[in-house]
Ligand binder design. Structure first.
Ligand SMILES: Cc1cc2nc3c(=O)[nH]c(=O)nc-3n(C[C@H](O)[C@H](O)[C@H](O)COP(=O)(O)O)c2cc1C
Length: 187
């Protein structure tokens, strides 16, 4: 495929912590990734995406908080110590974690602000991919309890954590059913 944008769209994959290397993501690359997010389309230009970037000790604090919340909200019969530790590891095995937040302005239906923020995340993901940074959008139920930790306002909601790292995963094809099953043509 000669067109770089189409190539990136097709080749971007979810890359998880197991494939992350220790190579740090440079501040310049993090900035490029955030600037790509900020270029997303938005109705009435409300630009509803907000991000909290965790690095170094911040990742440790995020991991501790995810473990703490897991312990607090998981019913005793479902609780496992391994799962609690794994919650923290998702953060500490990443090079950077970005909390994805929607800022609901009230000027638009909420779905539009949510959709615009998802567009920002896809931009972020493609930008990361273009810089050889892998990542994925994690949306465990625990994110509904991160409000205080993230310092969110009443009109803001965390819709996920974007975990990132340089990686050594092999390129793989997307798992998708045919587009023909999802399109009706009207001529
Ligand atoms: C809104 C959203 C939430 C997601 N949440 C999770 C998640 O909690 N855990 C996870 O492993 N992957 C999550 N993913 C990633 C998907 O599993 C992944 O995109 C999908 O399997 C397709 O793989 P690909 O990204 O390599 O094309 C999420 C993706 C989106 C768009």
């Amino acid at each position: 495929m000669s067109n770089e944008i189409l190539k990136a769209i097709q080749q971007r994959r979810t890359v998880s912590q197991g494939s992350f290397t220790d190579e740090p993501i440079s501040k310049a690359d993090i900035t490029l990734i955030l600037e790509a997010a900020n270029a997303a389309p938005t109705h009435k230009r409300t630009q509803p995406w907000r991000f909290v970037v965790f690095q170094e000790n911040g990742l440790q604090r995020l991991g501790n908080e995810l473990s703490r919340i897991y312990k607090e909200v998981t019913p005793a019969e479902k609780y496992s110590e391994v799962a609690e530790q794994n919650m923290a590891k998702k953060a500490t095995m990443s090079n950077v974690a970005i909390a994805i937040v929607v800022n609901y302005t009230g000027d638009l239906p909420e779905w539009e602000e949510l959709a615009a923020t998802a567009c920002a995340v896809q931009n972020m993901w493609l930008a990361a991919h273009s810089l050889n940074v892998g990542g994925y959008w994690a949306s465990p139920g625990l994110i509904n309890h991160l409000g205080t930790f993230l310092g969110l306002q009443a009109n803001q909601k965390c819709i996920g954590l974007f975990y990132m790292g340089h990686h050594n995963s092999e390129q793989r094809d997307p798992v998708r059913s045919s587009i023909d099953e999802k399109v009706r043509w009207e001529n």
